[in-house]
Each structure stands twice: as C-alpha cells, then as structure tokens.
Design a protein around this ligand. Structure first.
Ligand code: THU
Length: 157
C-alpha cells in the first residue's frame, strides 16, 4: 500500500480588476447570464459564460423544473449550448458566478462535463469562479477541481 497525494492549484484574485480584460469581460457576461436564470424553487441564480477558441462567447443560466431533478446547472446549459452551436471548437475559458458568498463552486456533474470537453478537444480550460463578493478563483484545467476524473479512455479498460 502507498499513500498518494493529489495537489490542486488555483489562483485567488481579490477582485475582477486584477484580471486580464478578456477574463473580466467574461465574468461580466456570466453575471448578466445569472439574471436570466429560471430558479423559482431554489431562488439561487447562477450564470456561466464560455469563451471559445474562435472568440465566440456562449452563456447559460440554471434552469429548474417543478420536477426538481430535471433542472440543469448554468455551467452545463452553457457548455452544451457552446458544443451544439460550435461543434468541435475548443473551449478556452468558463466563468461562473452567483450570489453565493464564496466563489461559486461547480457541482461534480458540471466538473465531469468540463472534463469531457477538455478531453475531446485536447485542451484544458481556465475556470473562473466568482460569488457576490469580489474574490475570484481561477483554475487552469478541471484536473484542479476533479482529481481521478472519469474519461472515455476508462471505457476501454
Ligand atoms: N447550480 C448551478 O447552476 N451551478 C452550480 O455550480 C451549483 C448549483 C444551480 C442548480 C440549481 O438550480 C440551483 O443552483 C440550486 O442548487
């Protein structure tokens, strides 16, 4: 038996003012997207903005349903829309915001969906997380949020 440690690394910014302009703008788009959330049950509005290698930005917000499990997180709404509208184009960044006190932490399912696109596009994305306050977390690649991630390669044994 041996113990294995996995190290996660991310940067913390005191406010969006410290970010490069492109990333600051992406967070602003995610904040605008949060306003479009359909979240009558949780009242927790989340916005996501995906930046693609071709310069396009695709936004999403969480969409809930009276049948609770059918709802979808903002991140997956944005990632699936980006892939449907721009198939095969690499995702370079995803920004996620909400009214949460801390930087918005994507759920495990959304992390796994990020992993899928990183894997198929052979390109790690930068993940920017912001809450209501100024502090921002930036992670280079989903590996920093999802150790031991599952991928299509695991299906082949
Ligand atoms: N939610 C997101 O959209 N993204 C996250 O990162 C966390 C949770 C949504 C799902 C649901 O509509 C609401 O927030 C409460 O969980």
């Amino acid at each position: 038996m041996k113990k294995v440690q996995v190290i996660s690394e991310f940067s913390e910014y005191v406010s969006a003012a410290e970010l490069p302009v492109e990333e600051k703008e992406l967070l602003t788009k995610a904040e605008a997207a949060a306003k479009t959330a359909y979240a009558p049950y949780s009242k927790f509005k989340v916005g996501a903005a995906v930046l693609l290698d071709n310069g396009e930005i695709v936004c999403g917000s969480n969409q809930e349903n009276a049948s609770y499990p059918l709802g979808l997180c903002a991140e997956r709404v944005a990632l699936f829309a980006a892939s449907a509208q721009h198939p095969g184009i690499r995702i370079t960044h995803i920004a996620v915001t909400s009214s949460s006190k801390n930087p918005t932490a994507p759920c495990g399912a959304c992390r796994q969906v990020m992993a899928e696109y990183e894997s198929v596009h052979k390109n790690e994305m930068q993940i920017l997380l912001k809450g209501a306050a100024g502090k921002i977390i930036a992670a280079d690649g989903v590996k920093n949020l999802l150790p031991l991630m599952f991928s299509g390669k695991d299906l082949n044994g």
